[in-house]
Design a protein around this ligand. Sequence first.
Ligand code: NDP
Length: 507
Amino acid sequence: MADKKKKLSTNFGAPVSNDQNTMTAGARGPALLQDVHLIEKLAHFNRERIPERVVHAKGAGAGGYFEVTNDVTNYTKAKFLSEVGKKTEVFVRFSTVGGEKGSADAERDPRGFAVKFYTEEGNYDLVGNNTPVFFIRDPLKFPDFIHTQKRNPATNTKDPDMFWDFLSLTPESVHQVTILFSDRGTPKTYRHMNGYGSHTFKWYNDKDETFWVKYHFKTDQGNQTLTQEEAQTMCGKDPDHATRDLFNAIERKEYPSWTVQVQIMPLEDAGKYKFDPFDVTKVWPHDDYPPIEVGRMVLNRNPGNYFAEVEQAAFSPGNFVPGISASPDKMLQGRLFAYHDAHRYRLGPNYHLLPVNAPKAVKMDNYQRDGYMRFDGNEGNKYHYYPNTFGGPEPDSSAKEPPLEISGAADRHKYSYQNDDFVQAGELFRKVMTDSERDHLIGNIVSHLVNAKKELQIRQTAIFYKSDTDYGTRISNNLELDLDEIKKLSEKLTVANEKMDYTNWYV
Ligand code: NDP
């Protein structure tokens, strides 16, 4: 019997004779350095953790497929979208944003919604959120913004003053703040929420005709949310509830799915549309750019090992395939750098070789070599430079992206304030929300904002008032603020004033 058991070995394959008793000098003596098995085991244990993601640390993932259900070849030549019925393998990671790896899934927070398509032209990553917009529209502001969502440098606790100070000095955030404090800020599970590419992207077809595009993943399970009270209870009862729910649903073969839609904007509309379509704090109204169905995404496979597939999964908005590329959205431009950079730091320069990150439907072939953890054969004896006459890989000019006309001075331009920062938050409040959704929104904001200093309450409420007078008035009344002061302050939030610097708008 004993011989049939698998044999325990060291990391280098040598048999281990005993895994219960440390080698000591005498039965009651000190441990010996020559117990190399003990040393290896303890040393490896000390190195089990890799750096936690600064954002999106807590996540859950699953595999599945994407199937094309509608012909979009007029807009893009991406091969994985080339035929109705075509299926492409995907891996998806959902996450919360601000909390650490052990934080609760039910916290009020945007949710990450990252999809990796393993296409025959290489991996295409769409690294979005469950909200169609973002708090800020310039990547220079990102580290500051995230610091305010994290812990106070002295107390090491979350800080409502930092939170509302930054947001009230950054009025462009009010649209995302309104979504975050609606019940959509606490989705029931990862299965019951939409995903959005958020940014504007570029699509081009085989005639090099170019379009701007926005992605929407609509949950087929129906949008379901937790109330603030339910979310708070869930945080205590089961901090991993959404992670558990996704895994268990897939085990039960209740495979979650999303209907994928795109909004398409003709190239020339970008210059003349009523606002800058590359501003990630805005949506494109459905009436102007109606969503078109593209396909369906189904998740039907749980990862066999969390660390290998989910913790090491590395997505980048810079992973494009021919037919899809970036727009001039500044936040996207910043992310094109930041994601690869984060993964090189977190996982090492060869993170693309890890099975979850490596292309599956095509083989990677280039002249990059060496580096930490080059755990494949490092391309053996193949030459490692280009051009060469030894049959190495050649660039493929058919993968060329059509050129984009650009003009203007190199400068630190701001997004034009003709972009009204308040109208879409107001529309969401007035036009989209039901009475009870509005009640929840007001209650959710008030219970958080009440913990900030009075001056911050006033400043932030003026921003809500500017978005919608009823919205601001209700918050003002609940916080027992002086409504006349709020009204006066909100007049300083002048729209369409190019000279206005919103960082000091309240002065
Ligand atoms: P529509 O009435 O055509 O669309 C409203 C959208 O709002 C729907 O996609 C709906 O998603 C979504 N929605 C409903 N409740 C909430 C909520 N609490 N938080 C966030 N989204 C919600 O209107 P418009 O296209 O003219 O847009 C009006 C407003 O709707 C926008 O200012 C924006 O705030 C919001 N919105 C718009 C989106 C867009 O791409 N146009 C996308 C998402 C939100 P669902 O159908 O899945 O319930």
